[in-house]
Design a protein around this ligand. Structure first.
Ligand code: APR
Length: 229
């Protein structure tokens, strides 16, 4: 089977009801990145940061995968599908996709603020972490999220996946954030590249087939293109 490798972003989950970051109603219109998504923000006001991610988890429990997530999972009948996602939700997993790299961490996981750290998976009946909640090493727990300014430990694994792609697909990301956006440079020359987004995304490349649609409609179009080939 051919390798279908995807890079997904917040737009993938928009039709499930999770806000994107940089659209006009996006999360970064309501919260300052520096306050809730940087190590300095956590050091300055850990309670605010923990509460921000507690809210995100509460929201995640209220939503379900959309037809775009489901269509993507169904493509595993025809392709070796490898998803590299910038999303911290688990909607790809819930839809049944098997190979997912979370570049920016996972909302349902937490870890120690100490080092080396162990990760813990939260259960739906226990989604809050608060000041005073500690890991086994005695250190405060924090969200298992890659904040701005932190290393992206999964980037090397993601690059290796991209280098093996026979088809590469980008869905619902403004490609503003590196190193994720730089993965495009590792796509093997000459393979088909598709980009699904309702808005224009500036890639400075002419070899990308742009499918101007939301994730669900776009996946429907892409499925037909891929299965007709
Ligand atoms: N279907 C597909 N794409 C959509 C939809 C939809 N229904 N609705 C919006 N989009 C597109 C927008 O047009 C935009 O191009 O999704 C993209 C969302 O871009 P961003 O909000 O910048 O999200 P993303 O690229 O995932 O952000 C990257 O930035 O803040 C950090 O860590 C956070 O992982 C995030 C990273």
């Amino acid at each position: 089977m051919k390798n279908l490798v995807l890079l997904t972003g917040a737009g993938m989950s928009a039709e499930s009801g999770i806000s994107t970051f940089r659209d006009s109603d996006g999360l970064w219109e309501q919260h300052k990145v520096a306050d809730v998504a940087t190590p300095a923000g956590f050091a300055a006001n850990p309670a605010r940061v923990l509460s921000f991610y507690n809210e995100r988890r509460k929201q995640l429990l209220e939503v379900v995968p959309n037809p775009g997530h489901e269509a993507l999972a169904a493509l595993e009948d025809y392709f070796d599908v490898h998803i590299i996602t910038q999303n911290i939700d688990n909607l790809h997993e819930q839809a049944g996709s098997s190979h997912i790299i979370h570049l920016h961490g996972e909302l349902m996981k937490v870890r120690s603020t100490g080092y080396p750290y162990k990760e813990y998976t939260l259960t739906p009946d226990n989604i809050e972490i608060n000041i005073g909640d500690k890991a086994e090493d005695g250190c405060q727990l924090r969200p298992h999220i890659v904040w701005f300014g932190e290393d992206v430990p999964q980037i090397e694994v993601a690059i290796k996946e991209v280098e093996k792609a026979d088809v590469f697909v980008i869905i619902g990301t403004s490609l503003n954030v590196y190193p994720a956006a730089g993965l495009l440079h590792y796509v093997p020359k000459g393979i088909p590249i598709y980009l699904i987004d309702p808005k224009e995304v500036n890639t400075n490349r002419k070899d990308i087939h742009f499918i101007k649609a939301g994730a669900s409609e776009g996946m429907d179009i892409l499925r037909k293109i891929l299965l007709d080939q």
